[in-house]
Ligand binder design. Structure first.
Ligand SMILES: [Zn+2]
Length: 313
């Protein structure tokens, strides 16, 4: 039994979001060093503002300026800042009720250590040097000994308002596929596709998960399947993924390898996208040194009968 694999896995994508009138005013305000809240149906001022009343669900549009100074309502110390966080040195996460607001805003507080932070601490916004209309226009909060800051008199109307933001989402994992998929991946490196058979229902799972989900039994008998298989169903991809060097449109398909009782999924190449069909017979295409097939292509065999794969859809 070889060692179970593990590897770093990063899932990263830019999330593009349109803002609507309230969030647009809030973020454009930050760009102009103005903080705006919204008046709720019960008269409370909510910061950050929301588009709909949290109690009545009424649409909220009455923007109200609040001060860039406020009071810490609760906090937690962050000993080890991570990539992308507001400060690179240890800092406090704080909820700050800005002067004039009835709710608190989450942000970072630059402080020398946890002893310098307490509930009730007076703070003010430290504005970022370069502001674009984003929550990061507030670089962080800093302790502030003094009266509430004066308002600018903003009505929430700005020239050139921000209409959307791109929020980069990134998740860092150490991923381990477990015993069964480690064996599957290692076999692929030898250009063999190996699944596992359930001792009770005799189904062959590819890729194997180590257990039969129907019978609840571990699967240990290894079974080589393929390399050829049948397209059971497919979709045409029209949206180009960032960092993926494949021209759209292309076809992504479920493929039941010969001898397998479960379809795996892969890209179909070597055929115009609009000629791919259910029942198409395909085989894997390997590139030099690759640990898994780059894609599947037609074998030239006649299409499989629907009855041959209808249970694998
Ligand atoms: Zn089973």
């Amino acid at each position: 039994m070889s060692e179970v694999l593990k590897a770093p896995l990063v899932v990263e994508f830019p999330f593009t979001r349109s803002l609507g009138p309230v969030q647009s005013a809030f973020l454009t305000g930050l760009r102009e060093r103005v903080v705006l809240g919204v008046r709720a149906s019960d008269g409370r001022i909510l910061v950050p503002p929301v588009e709909y009343d949290p109690t009545t669900a009424d649409e909220l549009r009455d923007l109200v300026e609040v001060a860039p100074t406020g009071t810490v309502t609760t906090w937690a110390w962050n000993h080890a800042p991570r990539r992308g966080q507001p400060l690179t040195t240890p800092f406090a996460w704080v909820l700050v009720r800005l002067d004039g607001s009835d709710t608190a805003l989450l942000h970072a507080l630059d402080a020398p250590g946890p002893d310098a932070v307490h509930t009730g601490l007076r703070v003010r916004i430290r504005w970022a040097g370069e502001r674009t209309g984003a929550i990061t226009d507030i670089a962080c909060f800093e302790p502030h000994d003094g009266e509430p800051a004066r308002l600018t008199g903003s009505t929430g109307e700005f020239a050139d308002p921000v209409g959307g933001i791109v929020a980069a989402a990134r998740l860092d994992y150490t991923y381990s596929p477990g015993r069964a998929q480690t064996a599957y991946i290692n076999s692929l490196a030898d250009r063999r596709t190996v699944g596992e058979r359930c001792p009770s229902c005799r189904k062959v799972y590819v890729p194997p998960r180590g257990a039969c989900p129907t019978c609840g039994l571990p699967t240990t008998e290894q079974v080589e399947v393929g390399p050829r298989g049948t397209v059971t169903t497919f979709c045409i991809v029209n949206i180009k993924a960032k960092n993926l060097d494949i021209e759209v449109p292309y076809v992504y398909a479920h493929i039941a390898l010969d001898g397998a009782d479960l379809a795996l999924h892969a890209r179909i190449g070597g055929i115009p996208y609009d000629q791919v069909r259910m029942g198409l017979r395909v085989e894997p295409v390997w590139t030099d040194g690759a640990r898994y097939p780059d894609h599947y292509r037609p074998t030239g065999e006649p299409d499989a009968d629907y009855d041959a794969y209808k249970e694998l859809l």
